[in-house]
Design a protein around this ligand. Structure first.
Ligand SMILES: O=C(O)CCC(=O)C(=O)O
Ligand SMILES: [Fe+2]
Length: 362
């Protein structure tokens, strides 16, 4: 039992990587031939060949009476759905994300930061809190992200290569986010405004992701399997692909499926907070990002619609209207601070909403 993995000091290796202020892209550009242990994912793609099931598509131009059940059906089953006819130029925003990440290192390095500075950071975000590192990994995704906490950020400080396009995207995505919150709320039978008033969806986080090509793509993951913390997430991606979701229910339960690339669509997925608040009516489904290529980089843009952090007064939990004798509350109440602390403690890939389950009667 003395293999290299056991003696590898993750914390020291991560500290060294942090001190170098390098991003994954810089590693690739330095001519790296093999993947450093920090990035090696334990699971292999081959173990879970993707099935050919597809994720639903919802046409936003449909009348409300048709739209509400379609959104609800997707959120209750797959937890992921494409939306079409959203009227947003997502391609321009994703191209801008790529343009920033492909700037010369000397220009990008001015933005490098592990901790958020005035709501912005630009680095590779480890799966776990640096203080909670345990075991051999995976420690780092094969990805670098410019992250913007919108409540705290001055958008005027966004890099010039992507700023204007992202500001425009955010203006449009705000409308779509509000619409989606109302649709999801309405379908729960609690009225269109209930989710917003219960959760105060103000803590938005925008993640501008870049997955560089990898010399050994099968040994890394752009993101390990995880569920999102948000109420829901809206994702725009380019034409490279690599996102997979787990099938939820049915004959193929637990299998992986490739999210197909449908040009012009945005992808919406249910996050953990919505799962808890909906008392498990909606499902936050596990997903991950595979790195496919030693040649091509992938860019994506995720906006996480998160409840505001409202201290101890902002208690969240299953909406009382959704609690019945037949379906008692499945989760206890919690604050967003408690929820995010729990996610950080367990790590992005290991957190489960089961940590908030109400104890089952003995
Ligand atoms: O880049 C993607 O396709 C998905 C990223 C993702 O799942 C996340 O950031 O939570
Ligand atoms: Fe995600």
């Amino acid at each position: 039992m003395t293999g290299a993995a056991e003696v590898y000091d993750c914390a020291a290796a991560l500290a060294e990587f942090d001190a170098s202020r390098a991003t994954v892209r810089d590693l690739v550009e330095s001519g790296l031939a093999s993947v450093p242990p920090l990035f090696i994912a334990p699971s292999s793609t081959a173990k879970h060949p993707p099935t050919d099931i597809t994720v639903p598509t919802v046409d936003l131009s449909l009348p409300l009476s048709a739209l509400v059940p379609l959104v609800g059906a997707a959120a209750r089953t797959c937890g992921f759905f494409h939306v079409t006819n959203h009227g947003i130029d997502a391609g321009a925003a994703v191209s801008a994300v790529r343009a920033f990440h492909e700037l010369p290192a000397a220009v990008r390095s001015a933005f490098y930061s592990i901790a958020a500075v005035e709501g912005m950071s630009y680095s590779t975000v480890p799966y776990m809190d640096r203080d909670s590192l345990d075991g051999p990994g995976p420690i780092l995704p094969w990805r670098v992200s410019l992250r913007v906490l919108l409540q705290a950020a001055d958008l005027g400080r966004l890099p010039a290569a992507c700023g204007d396009a992202l500001v425009e995207y955010l203006r449009c995505i705000e409308e779509l986010g509000k619409k989606m919150t109302r649709l999801l709320s309405e379908e729960l039978g609690v009225g269109a405004e209930r989710l917003e008033t219960a959760t105060h969806v103000e803590g938005w986080l925008m993640a501008c992701n870049y997955y560089p090509p990898c010399p050994e793509p099968a040994r890394v993951e752009g993101a390990v399997e995880h569920t999102d913390p948000s109420l829901f997430t809206i994702l725009a991606q380019d034409e490279i692909g690599g996102l997979q979701v787990r099938v939820n229910g049915g004959d193929n339960d637990g299998q992986w499926v490739d999210v197909p690339l449908v040009p012009g669509t945005l992808l919406v997925n249910v996050g953990d907070v919505l799962k808890l608040v909906s008392n498990n009516e909606y499902h936050s489904v596990g997903h991950r990002v595979m790195v496919r290529s030693s040649q091509d980089a992938r860019a994506s843009l995720a906006v996480f619609f998160n409840p505001a952090m409202r201290g101890d007064s902002g208690l969240l939990g299953p909406l009382p209207e959704l609690i019945t004798p037949e379906k008692p509350a499945m989760y206890r109440n919690f604050t967003m601070t408690e929820f995010m602390d729990s996610r950080r403690k367990f790590g992005n890939g290991k957190f489960s909403t089961d940590h908030f389950r109400v104890a089952v009667d003995q």
